[in-house]
Design a protein around this ligand. Sequence first.
Ligand SMILES: O=P(O)(O)OC[C@H]1O[C@](O)(COP(=O)(O)O)[C@@H](O)[C@@H]1O
Ligand SMILES: [Mg+2]
Ligand SMILES: [Mg+2]
Length: 322
Amino acid sequence: MKRLNTQLQEDGCPLELILLIRTLLAACKEISFRVSQGALAGVLGSTLSDNVQGERQKKLDVIANHILRDILSESGYVKAVSSEEEDNVIGCHPDGKYLVSFDPLDGSSNTDVNSLIGTIFSIMHAPQWMEPDDPSAFLQPGTQQVAAGYVLYGPSTMLAMTTGRGTHLYTLDKTHGGFLVTKANVQVPEQTNEFAINSSNQRHWEEPMQSYVTDLIAGSEGPRKKDFNMRWVAAMVGDIHRVLCRGGIFAYPFDKRNPAIPGKLRLQYEANPMAFLMEQAGGLADTGHGRIMEVMPTEIHQRVPVLLGSKDEVETCLTYYR
Ligand SMILES: O=P(O)(O)OC[C@H]1O[C@](O)(COP(=O)(O)O)[C@@H](O)[C@@H]1O
Ligand SMILES: [Mg+2]
Ligand SMILES: [Mg+2]
């Protein structure tokens, strides 16, 4: 099986980016170990503090954040990092060439039930003019990402990553500690009969999403004339991994409750990296009102509606918005 380094070289990835990715994955291997120790290491449960988005932090959110932040900032490859668990960007090395945004632990509510969780990351070039702690340099659209992916801490630890030359899946071989390519050039099936959405929020969605999901649920007796199945992992990494593996549509749509918060998921370290992976695998990623990767960010913790997955199904969903 092909090693990570070989795949990255074949994809034309510059040496410094390869070294940065390897450093980031070293942090993820450490997180994978801590996660697998679970209750034995006392890492389950919540802390007594909230993050900048007002969410109660789990112990593993804090541990994963510290591991990533410390390893990346000491590496010399990174000028600054931005994290779900940090209010502001953290300046790293003044000569670092890259910016890294990450969700250190996605699906935190799954930690206490030993279910799927992961780390999501997005890498961009650091502008030369920027001061290391300047947040404005992070406000670039997702089209500027040079690499993105996630590490899924499941029955096996897997990596999905793109550097703009296709999306590849890797599995961590714990016998030698390296990630090996287990599926190169993933292609998401264009059609699907599987959808993922938290339908307990249905009454808060915009009209187009209400109608779309109503038609999915009507199945073979409705206008779609086929039956659909539903899946919800409650961790975006788990849901997106399933969509990459066998197709589907995943949505966390616009929610009318608070116009200041147009969606649950965060643009820079959830929506953009997943959109990059999905598009590189032949899928689509949209907000319902435009391509996710073209959204111009206004702040580092900005939220967006998310609709992504199998090409034909996302296109069908978008017809309800037009
Ligand atoms: O099931 P819910 O509560 O609607 O939300 C699930 C969503 O929230 C998230 O867990 C948010 O991520 P965090 O755990 O990083 O805050 C997504 O991964 C997931 O899709
Ligand atoms: Mg998350
Ligand atoms: Mg998180």
